[in-house]
Design a protein. Sequence first.
Length: 69
Amino acid sequence: MKINKFVEDLKTKSAAELNEELVAAKKELFNLRFQNATNQLDNTSRIKDVRKNIARIQTIITEQAKAAE
């Protein structure tokens, strides 16, 4: 249910907002990987969650681009 809500929120956003969301998620992933490399990360499953969210955002961006054509 939580994931469906996230996807529904993404679908209502514009392309510019989605790109901002994508940049923020990629920065978060970078920081998580850095923390993991320095053994400061407690919840390593967060990396997997962020990667999946990035894929979801990219999918919505692609869907919107194809629908605009």
